[in-house]
Design a protein around this ligand. Structure first.
Ligand SMILES: [Zn+2]
Length: 252
């Protein structure tokens, strides 16, 4: 049996001229023998499901709720995440690679020299990383979006000189969260682990920076943790945050 939510998900981004049209689309996708259940009823045929006064398939009875992230709070959180991840990761690094081997004058000068001579590479990796961060959001969300990459747009907010990625299609809370956290994992956590294994302070520093760069994403997913994972969430088109679509309880 399929939950009515999945029908709703199918309907997003499509339009149906009549109930018959919708019934046919449901049968095409789920099969004529499939039965559906919602919060209020179960064992429904496609025809009955579309006839239900259940909020799930009547978009006007879907409630839209806006959740935005305060930029000032995001900045404070990102500094907090930077400090905590630096303490933890450098801590692990110096525990594994004996800190006594590092904290003497000549070694510190050598490390500073490494950063000094490689500063172009450092800046380059930083800029590439910022762009790749957005690409990873887009590619992951595209995997879950019905219209693939067509729902994904990239751009630059010139005022803040930061690139952005936007998904114009509502996604399940769980799918949206995976896409939001993917840059943190790919650019922050995995390189940090690799850098610790490879004894590279240079790349560990990069990893820590990209963990902090994902602060906004971490805040969004932290906020989403209380949402029903089956609810649909839409990336906010102009603000840092999202819109959640949920059923109006009185219709059930
Ligand atoms: Zn991000």
């Amino acid at each position: 049996m399929t939950h009515g939510h999945e029908v709703l998900e199918m309907m997003f981004g499509n339009s149906y001229s009549s109930r018959e049209d919708l019934v046919n689309a449901i049968i095409n996708k789920f099969g004529a023998d499939e039965r559906f259940y919602t919060c209020s009823a179960e064992n429904m045929t496609a025809l009955r499901l579309t006839g239900q006064r259940c909020a799930i398939i009547e978009s006007k009875s879907m409630k839209e709720r806006k959740e935005t992230i305060n930029i000032a709070t995001a900045n404070i959180v990102s500094i907090g995440i930077l400090v905590v991840s630096a303490l933890v990761l450098y801590g692990i690094f110096f525990l594994i690679w004996d800190y006594q081997d590092w904290f003497y004058k000549e070694k510190l000068i050598e490390v500073m020299d490494q950063f000094g001579t490689n500063y172009l590479m450092f800046m380059g990796a930083l800029i590439v990383g910022i762009v790749v961060h957005e690409l990873i959001h887009g590619l992951t969300w595209a995997k879950f979006a019905k219209s693939d990459l067509k729902s994904i747009s990239f751009g630059v907010m010139w005022k803040m000189l930061t690139p952005y990625c936007h998904c114009s299609e509502p996604l399940k809370v769980s799918h949206y969260s995976i896409g939001a956290l993917m840059p943190l994992i790919v650019l922050g956590i995995l390189p940090s682990i690799a850098a610790i294994c490879l004894k590279s302070l240079f790349w560990l520093t990069m990893g820590v920076i990209f963990i902090a760069a994902a602060a906004g994403d971490i805040m969004v997913v932290w906020r989403l943790r209380k949402e029903n994972p089956e609810n649909m969430v839409l990336d906010h088109p102009s603000e840092a945050g999202y819109l959640v679509y949920e059923e109006e309880p009185e219709d059930l």
